[in-house]
Design a protein around this ligand. Structure first.
Ligand code: SF4
Ligand code: SF4
Length: 236
């Protein structure tokens, strides 16, 4: 879809604004949105999917990820590798729907909303939502009413948003606005620390405080990895 066409179907959504939407196996477009899409993965998405598939993070990345870094990207971006089936299908879709449903990525849960988070200079976070009314999506013809809070709760997004928002000091640090850019080695460190979490766990120094707790809790480990990298890159 072209950016202009996409822009025609995106509108800001107030936090308490209601919209009609429901997605279920009875819609005529069922699973159409699981094809021909760019699906960016956050570190928490990778953690959940790798665990779901019983793979360690390195094997998951090897089999299911594509890493790209555009000129405007501060750090490399990780995308789900689509299947070469002439429809660029998600590797996890079949005729019955999503085969990793309870561990599907945040972007799949968030649609038809889009959520933007920005870090202000005083450290507070501003959240903006948009509604993506893509023409092929028949979910908007359903009668069920939603709003941002109801949809967020229904889709189990709280844990994804909490862990993804922890990345804001790393991705939107004030130093990035005054020209700071990571070296190639730091870009690689970004990938290995946040996305190859099993390797980060294996390389955790013996003297790390809370080591046992970190080894036992992946969400805590990812939180630690994000803080570790932010401190290492920016010194605060
Ligand atoms: S296109 Fe819309 S209604 Fe159809 S399956 Fe996807 S989200 Fe559901
Ligand atoms: S992970 Fe599941 S919901 Fe997301 S695109 Fe793939 S099949 Fe669809």
């Amino acid at each position: 879809m072209s950016l202009n066409l996409l822009a025609d179907h995106v509108r800001p959504l107030m936090a308490d604004e209601r919209f009609r939407f429901r997605c279920h196996p009875g819609v005529g477009c069922f699973t159409e949105c699981c094809r021909e899409l760019e699906l960016a993965l956050s570190p928490y998405d990778v953690l959940r999917l790798a665990k779901r598939l019983g793979l360690d993070s390195a094997h998951f990345l090897d089999r299911f990820a594509v890493v790209e870094q555009g000129e405007d990207d501060l750090f490399p971006r990780v995308f789900l590798a689509m299947v070469d089936d002439s429809r660029a299908s998600c590797p996890f879709v079949d005729r019955n729907g999503c085969t990793v449903y309870t561990d599907r990525p945040a972007a799949c849960r968030t649609y038809p909303l889009g959520r933007g988070a920005s870090l202000k200079e005083d450290g507070t976070v501003t959240i903006l939502h948009v509604l993506l009314t893509e023409p092929h999506c028949q979910g908007f013809a359903e009668q069920e009413e939603q709003d941002v809070a109801a949809w967020t709760a229904d889709q189990g997004l709280a844990v994804y948003q909490r862990l993804n928002d922890l990345l804001l000091p790393l991705l939107q640090h004030p130093k990035t606005k005054t020209g700071w850019r990571p070296s190639d080695a730091q870009c690689q460190q970004y990938l290995t620390t946040l996305y190859d979490l099993d390797r980060f766990r294996d390389e955790l120094p013996k003297a790390t405080p809370e080591r046992e707790a970190l080894l036992a809790d992946d969400e805590r480990l990812l939180t630690h990895a994000i803080h570790h990298l932010t401190l290492d890159f920016y010194g605060d």
